[in-house]
Design a protein around this ligand. Structure first.
Ligand code: HEC
Ligand SMILES: [Cu+2]
Length: 340
């Protein structure tokens, strides 16, 4: 029994877990961590005290072999001093925790004016990101930058997210950069992120949102200065319409097979069909490493071809396409590959 319970509990532990709130990588996550650890110690002290008293009482006043069954212990009702004591003491403990918690609530809800602004949309089952024109961060295109699944940010810079959802409640969570932020349809939620160092920080949707909730992962890619400038430049290039060959056939198929009804590509497919579900913007698809909620590797051609063959391989996926021939899949792949 002990072995079974330990096995279950210990599976939650890993010293090198990539997505651990116990290993903060930025100021907001650190602030939360610095609050969490003392609160855990306070809770541990309370636990030991309460359980200690229970264990003591159980052993000290247990029924002994020579006890007379008829002999009930002295009956009593209430103890005013004790009751006042165990009302006031927890109130003091909670008051103490509140003193440390309140500044954190304010810190995490600040709206710094110099932050990079990113609008985030939670959708079934992926995250979309929109960066408005912000010359200070190199974003000069009047249409800004639109991407999905991977949130790119400059390291060492505060990022202000504005989160919305058009379908159900999702929750944005990149544990090493900040806590969870629920995204409720009809509301706009502000949330902050910052990474100290360049790197890739994984995260996921943390509010059950449907069949593929567990497949709604995300990545935050923090760049150094040059890396950020390169990314911003690449994202502002207009996609070229392929003139000939497989890519040109793929471009035709993209309209014929209805892909353009759901997916936007800058300049070519500005407006998608009115009743289509929200779908990731594909203008710079191949600037990313992962797709479909970051569960598949975009560098593996087989993964993307398998996706076009059957988008339902991701359970509950809202992408619906008719059957494509292998030749069509090859052409579509050739076209998608040009979207860098
Ligand atoms: C009915 C709307 C719809 C149509 C039509 C559609 N898609 Fe999609 N597509 C989606 C949705 C929704 C997703 C996101 C699915 C998810 O991650 O759960 C998606 C994801 C993708 C992705 C992964 C993008 C990323 O960054 O995650 C690619 C590539 C893609 N679709 C290509 C195509 C191609 C090519 C076609 C035409 C053969 C097509 N789609 C037709 C809705 C659609
Ligand atoms: Cu979700």
């Amino acid at each position: 029994m002990v072995a079974l319970v330990s096995a279950l509990v210990l599976t939650g532990c890993a010293s090198d877990a990539p997505q651990s709130a116990l290993d903060p990588a930025g100021p907001f996550a650190r602030t939360l961590h610095n609050l969490f650890i003392p609160v855990v110690w306070v809770a541990t002290a309370v636990f030991i005290l309460v359980q200690g008293v229970i264990v003591y009482a159980v052993i000290r006043w247990r029924r002994r072999a020579d006890d007379d069954d008829e002999d009930l212990p002295a009956q009593m009702h209430g103890n005013t001093k004790l009751e006042i004591g165990w009302t006031i003491l927890p109130a003091l403990v909670l008051g103490l925790v509140a003193i440390f918690t309140i500044p954190v609530v304010f810190e995490l809800n600040a709206k710094p004016a110099d932050a990079l602004q990113v609008s985030v949309t939670g959708a079934k089952y992926w995250w979309g990101y929109e960066y408005g024109t912000q010359p200070r961060f190199g974003i000069t295109d009047p249409e800004g930058i639109v991407t999905a699944n991977e949130l790119h940010i400059p390291a060492g810079q505060t990022v202000q997210l504005r989160l919305v959802s058009d379908d159900v409640i999702h929750s944005f969570w990149a544990p090493r950069l900040n806590g969870k932020q629920d995204v409720v349809p009809g509301r706009e939620h502000a949330w902050l992120l910052e990474a100290d160092e360049p790197g890739v920080y994984s995260g996921q949707c943390a509010e059950y949102c449907g069949t593929s909730h567990a497949n709604m992962r995300l990545k935050v890619v923090a760049h150094d200065q040059d890396g950020w400038a390169d990314w911003v430049e690449q994202m502002q290039l207009d996609p070229l319409e392929p003139a000939s060959g497989a890519a040109a056939r793929g471009f035709q198929l993209f309209s014929q097979k209805g892909c353009a009804g759901c997916h936007q590509i800058d300049g070519s497919f500005e407006v998608v069909a009115p009743d289509s579900p929200a779908a990731p913007n594909l203008s710079h698809l191949f600037s990313r490493d992962c797709f479909a909620g970051c569960i598949y590797d975009l560098n593996d051609r087989n993964e993307l071809e398998a996706w076009l063959r059957d988008p339902q391989r991701k359970a509950g996926s809202l992408m619906v396409v008719g059957a494509l021939t292998e030749a069509e899949i090859d052409d579509l792949y050739a076209y998608l590959e040009t979207l860098e």
